[in-house]
Design a protein around this ligand. Structure first.
Ligand code: SIN
Length: 306
């Protein structure tokens, strides 16, 4: 077991293992301090940050499903200034590893402003640019469902970024490869995929949508096969590294995601079901690697198509 090598590399950023709590499922890290030492994580992707503070959408904004959940949070966050001045310094007190700053916006100008505010922050190792939030009317997913808009945001952000830029893609498209290619050609250093799948639940008694916002993003184990397929398609088409996410729940899921072509893996909804999800997956990883004869995670090769 001691012989397994869990290290991975994302655009020159060394991670001691590939496990990263996904944005929006881990707050700004401190929320998980009662459960475990955050320093065992490969990196942390913090809650999506916008230029101004946001209260988010009206409630109810969570609906449970048999194999996952819907959220329509609406990018609740304290704003870039408070993230830079309060949240990230507080996280740095308890965590010395790489931080992934996740950035959202309603205009090109807002993305740029947010990146300018966060790119120089100590420990921010990667900028993850969310062009895939399904829960806001303007901006968000609108940028991630059109190749030209995705390229435009990528170029604008790259002009001011001093850290590797990973564009976070939406699965709510006909052809995710077209969006991935547009981002890569516009200079993205990497990609994160997938965000949530747009979904809905109905309250049968009330005959109304469960979510106040009507629709929400579906995440959890039910979306894993979709995420895997999209990661495999995208990594077959672009040369930049991909962080894979979507329903990852077990150590075997992590390995499967890396066999689909991902260089690192984010754990999202699993954190909300079991706050110990990440350390438990990490503890199981060496044993599962040994069973498969994998010595180093970085040596996993993307499986070919049949
Ligand atoms: C939200 O805050 O609405 C979720 C963000 C996202 O899925 O991009």
């Amino acid at each position: 077991m001691g012989m397994t090598d869990l290290r991975v590399n994302l655009s020159g950023v060394e991670l001691k293992n590939p496990l990263i709590p996904a944005s929006g499922t881990f707050g700004f890290g401190r929320e998980f301090l009662p459960y475990y030492d955050l320093n065992l994580l490969g990196a942390i992707s913090v809650k999506g940050t916008t230029g101004e503070p946001r209260f988010g959408n009206p409630t109810p904004r969570i609906a449970e499903c048999p194999a996952g959940m819907l959220n329509s949070v609406g990018l609740q966050n304290p704003g870039a200034q408070a993230v830079a001045k309060e949240e990230l310094p507080a996280l740095r007190q308890v965590y010395t590893g790489p931080i992934i700053a996740n950035i959202s916006g309603f205009s090109e100008e807002e993305y740029v402003r947010c990146v300018e505010r966060l790119t120089g922050q100590e420990q921010v190792a990667i900028l993850e640019i969310n062009i895939s939030c399904p829960n806001v009317r303007h901006g968000g997913m609108a940028f991630g469902t059109d190749p030209e808009a995705a390229a435009r945001i990528t170029r604008a952000v790259k002009r001011v970024a001093t850290r590797p830029v990973y564009m976070k893609l939406s699965p709510n498209v006909t052809d995710i490869v077209a969006i991935a290619r547009a981002c890569a050609e516009a200079g993205a250093d990497g990609l994160s995929l997938i965000n949530t799948l747009l979904g809905m639940r109905i309250d049968l008694q009330r005959r109304r949508p469960v979510l106040a916002n009507t629709y929400g993003g579906y995440s959890g184990p039910g979306i894993f096969p979709v995420a895997l397929r999209m990661v495999h398609q995208v990594t077959g088409a672009v040369d930049i590294p991909v962080i894979g996410m979507g329903g990852v729940t077990t150590a075997r899921d992590v390995i499967e995601m890396m066999m689909a072509g991902a260089k690192a893996v984010q754990i999202g909804a699993a954190n909300l079901v079991n706050p110990m999800a990440c350390p438990e997956i990490l503890a199981a990883l060496p044993g599962e690697m040994e069973k498969l004869g994998i010595r180093a995670l970085s040596e996993i090769e993307r499986v070919p198509v049949n």
